[in-house]
Structures are given as C-alpha cells and as structure tokens.
Design a protein around this ligand. Sequence first.
Ligand SMILES: Cc1cc2nc3c(=O)[nH]c(=O)nc-3n(C[C@H](O)[C@H](O)[C@H](O)COP(=O)(O)OP(=O)(O)OC[C@H]3O[C@@H](n4cnc5c(N)ncnc54)[C@H](O)[C@@H]3O)c2cc1C
Ligand SMILES: NC(=O)c1ccc[n+]([C@@H]2O[C@H](COP(=O)([O-])OP(=O)(O)OC[C@H]3O[C@@H](n4cnc5c(N)ncnc54)[C@H](OP(=O)(O)O)[C@@H]3O)[C@@H](O)[C@H]2O)c1
Length: 378
Amino acid sequence: MSATAPATQAPASPFNRNHPFASRLRENAHLNKKGSAKDTRHIVIELGSAGPTYVCGDSLGVVPRNPDHLVDEFLQKLGLTGDTSLREILAATVILNRVGKKFVKAVADKAAGPARDKFQALCADEKRLEEYVLDRDVVDVINDAPGVKFDPAELPGLLNKIAPRLYSIASSPDHRPGEVHLTVAVVQYTTHGRPKQGLASGYLAGLTQAASVPVYVQPTRHFHLPAPDRDAIMVGPGTGIAPFRAFLQHRAKHGHTGRNWLFFGDQHAATDFLYGEEFGAAQKAGHLHKLSTAFSRDQAEKIYVQHRMEQEGAELWRWLDQGAYFYVCGDAKRMAKDVHQALLKIAALHGGKTPEQAEEYVSVTLAKTDKRYLKDVY
Ligand SMILES: Cc1cc2nc3c(=O)[nH]c(=O)nc-3n(C[C@H](O)[C@H](O)[C@H](O)COP(=O)(O)OP(=O)(O)OC[C@H]3O[C@@H](n4cnc5c(N)ncnc54)[C@H](O)[C@@H]3O)c2cc1C
Ligand SMILES: NC(=O)c1ccc[n+]([C@@H]2O[C@H](COP(=O)([O-])OP(=O)(O)OC[C@H]3O[C@@H](n4cnc5c(N)ncnc54)[C@H](OP(=O)(O)O)[C@@H]3O)[C@@H](O)[C@H]2O)c1
C-alpha cells in the first residue's frame, strides 16, 4: 500500500469471485432464541494470515454450492445415477433451488404424454411461465413431468449458473485478527409441498466446523467508518446490524471519541435481539452511547426503527446538526425508504425546514456534499 493510501482501504487482494480463498468455518451459531420465527446465524470464518484482509464496511463474497441431498433428489427423479463429475458440476456450478425458463422449455421439449401438452401450453404463455418459475425448484418441475428424460451431458447447460452472494462483514479486523464474522438470515420457505432454502444462506447454515468455504472480500466504496471524533448514528434492523457490530468493535478497540447511537429492530425482544448481550455490555462500558430498539411484534401495532427515530427526532436532529454521520443497513425495498422519509420529517420538524429544504438537506447536503448519509442496503 502506498504511504498516501487512505487507512480505510485494505490492500488489493489476489482473491476475487473467480479465485476465492479457501477459508475454514470456525463457528456456525444460532442468534435467535428458541421460539423465534427466524433463523439468523452468526458465522465465523477463519482467514488466517494467508487469506484476504478487510476493513470495516466491506462485504464478504461467498461462493455457495447446492446441498448433496438436492443433487441426489434431482438425479433420482430423472432416473440418472450421475457419476462423480456430473454430481460435482450440479452441486458447484448451477442453481437448483430455483429454475429458469430455459429449463422449463427443455422439459416441454422432452416430456411425453399429457405432461408434454401441459408444458407446451405453459411455455406458449409468457405470463404463466413467469409465474411458474417464480417459486419452483428443479425437483418441483420434474414432479410435474414425471418420467422426463435428459442426456446428462446437456443438463448443466439448461440451468442458470451459480453466482456468489455478498454478506456485510460483522467484525472489525482488529477484534480477532484472522477471522471474519457474518450475520446471515437463512432464507427458508415451503412451496409446492417441499421445503426450500436460499442457495447461499442455506449453504452457510448447513456448514459444520472446519468446512472449507470459498470467499473473497468485496471492498466497500463508500460505507466507511467516520473520523474517530465524529458521532455515528447507525440504523440496522435485522441482519442490517452486521456492519454496525463491526463499527462498534472497531471504535471501542481504537478508543474513538465520537459517540455511537444504534437503532436496532426485529420481531421480538425475547428471541430476536441479535447480539443483544454484546450491545448491553458495550453500553455499560461506555462504547455505545444510545441504543434505541423497535421490536415490531411485541405489541398490537408495528413499531419499526423509523418510528423510534421520529420519537427521538429532536435529539437525532441535534446529533446531525453537530456533524454526526448517519448510516443505514439492511432491507432496501421498504426499510431504507421509510428511514429516508423519517429523516425528511425530522429535518422539517426539528430543523425548521420546508419540505423542499428538508429534501435538499438530506439528499444533497448530508448525502452528497458532506457524504455523511451512507447506505449499505440490499
Ligand atoms: C452488499 C450486500 C450485503 C448483504 N449483506 C447481508 C447480510 O449481512 N446478511 C444477510 O443475511 N444477507 C445479506 N445480503 C443478502 C445476501 O447476499 C443474499 O441475497 C441472501 O442471503 C439470499 O441469498 P440466498 O442465496 O440464500 O437465497 P436465493 O437462493 O438467492 O433465494 C432468494 C430468493 O428465494 C425466493 N424466495 C424467498 N422467499 C420465498 C418465498 N417465501 N416463496 C417463494 N420464493 C421465495 C425469492 O426469489 C428470493 O429472491 C446482502 C446483500 C448485498 C448485496
Ligand atoms: N422485501 C422483502 O421481501 C424483504 C424485506 C426484508 C427482508 N427480507 C428478507 O428477509 C430475510 C430476513 O431479513 P432480516 O433478518 O434482515 O430482517 P427483516 O425481515 O428486514 O426484519 C427486521 C425487522 O424490520 C422490520 N421491518 C419490516 N418492514 C420494515 C420497514 N418498512 N421499515 C422498518 N422495519 C421494517 C421487521 O418487522 P416485521 O417482520 O414484523 O414486519 C423486523 O422487525 C432476509 O432473507 C431478507 O433478505 C425480504
């Protein structure tokens, strides 16, 4: 690294999505307590001294593979035994937990009897085809066309290729050097009578101690820690908490003097307060100055992080006005938009701004000019 490179960037890494590092799984722990509707994992991965390095705010790319039982079930439904090489290709290179139109069209081509007519009609109707592929995996499709036969060599080419998934890093590199921590929500649902798991989150959830995990670091371009003396407001419901655990670890370790205010939300306080004990300890130690929680399902009406922001709007405005950084991480579709609206309301109500001035302040001054409204949303 050159002497002028900012301290917020790790050195260029030889590892990337095409050349991942073979890390080892050190820990795969449940973060939700018994009785929770969710399955969120604390994943600890060993990078050692040979693996990639990272800074707070970076994400870890994980190259997943399909579970063996799904490969077996698929081959068995197709009446194929599958040699080792076909099994490996199916497990490691193509998506099995969801299907693309190409595969359904190939089934329409190969099926016989009533299934053929059914699939041909389906493929002739683009809207129905789109709906059909939305919630089915490869086995669901074969169940709809029993007896359909494929040449094993052509199978992989009919399925979509696996792409790595990113996870916000939940640890400071200085907390336990050589390790990287993740906070992973396991995607699981049942459709067409069969339970399904997300490809990468299911892969991580299924890993056992010392398993090899192909990973690489995806450096963040903008989601960096604030200067040591600057205050940070961090909004991270659900798995959005991940980078803020890293920020808090780092700021405590290095004695940053800026204050930290964390907003966290999830379904129930008793079962879903991810890292709740750690944050309690950080508060006691004086590293976490304010903790505002929104447990959405502990009362009749929904309470979300943006409601807590608004309730504490006067103080939040004071922090912003004094130069605090504002970070948001987690769901992009709804949460981050609602948090943005809450910021606008706070700027109007407590900053005395017109709606237009509030928009200008949040979207231009904070976000673009000062670069202290930072998002890591997905
Ligand atoms: C920068 C970045 C950071 C991220 N950080 C984190 C993080 O810290 N923690 C984290 O957990 N995730 C994080 N993610 C999301 C993560 O990358 C994956 O997208 C997520 O884990 C799902 O991937 P998967 O392979 O498990 O699921 P996939 O196999 O991709 O399946 C997900 C898909 O399953 C389908 N599906 C889901 N539910 C249903 C249902 N009920 N019925 C029918 N179909 C359904 C949908 O098509 C959905 O898109 C991050 C993403 C980005 C881009
Ligand atoms: N748009 C989507 O389909 C969507 C959105 C979020 C997450 N997810 C997926 O769900 C899985 C679990 O995610 P997660 O553990 O990170 O938690 P999460 O589902 O984002 O939930 C965390 C908390 O945020 C609340 N929440 C829901 N809508 C919100 C909103 N508009 N504004 C603020 N808070 C809101 C949830 O409340 P309630 O659950 O009580 O409503 C819960 O208390 C992940 O796989 C994620 O990708 C999907």
